[in-house]
Design a protein around this ligand. Sequence first.
Ligand code: EPU
Length: 301
Amino acid sequence: MRIGDKPAARLKELGVELRPSVPLSEKTSLGIGGTTDQLLLRKFETIPEVMRLLADEKIPHRFLGGGTNVLIADGELPYVVLHLPTSQPGMRVEGNAAYVDAAADLGGMVTFCAKRDLGGMEGLIGVPGSVGGALRMNAGAYGTQIGSYVREVELYRASTGKLETLRGDDIRFDYRHTSFAPDDVMLRVKLELPSKPFKEILALIKICNEKRRASQPLNQKSAGCIFKNPPGGSAGRMIDELGLKGHRVGDAMVSDRHANFFVNVANASCADMLRLIDEVRERVRVTYGVELENEVIFWKN
Ligand code: EPU
């Protein structure tokens, strides 16, 4: 989608940088996604005004974070994408509290806190993506979920058009699911973390990294796990048992390392990936009677 000259001029006044015709395949870890205009927000404070302007001009929009858990359609997209300021996302520690901007890199946050002797989040070290994306999905790995440490979240609430602060107790964090509204935009988080010596945290980080390297296709283009694990089960194990590792639709392939990772081996389209997802879901449904739910978020046009 192209933004017209009039709204573009107004957005510039609000300090928003407009990048025309950006291929989102360059912004996602899957290397999949069509083309649209990208808006880079420079300041949180202007978000309500930017959103009002987009609403007035009837410009559909979506926020893109780290792009590591999203599957975006091919071709010209019928919406623009917004990005939070990412040049130098703020991170600071005060006692056992860490204050982190949503645009910060999740792994970067874990190491920043570790160096200040704050631990607990070791399991999240290899999870790619931004802190905002991790909050929205309640990202987790190796027994850690980010939600356990959240004390406050600053966000833009589309329902009120305002910047608000929510207390951790007022947010529900479930397995890969939270009570945030789909159009809430995470801006900043306050976490409370247990004190732990840096050396101990580092040792745990190393163990998690090794486990991950041994079982996941880290050097290939993927969005991590494609399906959520069903209650008490393992999507990866079921897909593996069905002999589907290496199964392909075009350039979309079930990883031969971890069966719940679907990789883009060269130039997979969104259509390829969607067909692969549907085929595998169907095979699992027929054999196990389990309907797998997507973990990856599909941005339907
Ligand atoms: N397994 C197989 N074959 C495979 C993959 C897994 O038999 O191809 C078996 C493993 O041997 C193990 C079981 O399935 O016995 C579970 O596998 P694993 O330990 O790799 O964990 P997972 O349940 O597949 C979850 C998260 C990952 C997270 C890991 C580590 C989900 C959907 N996935 O994977 O998160 O990194 O645990 O904690 O909850 C993600 O969210 O994108 C993600 C990758």
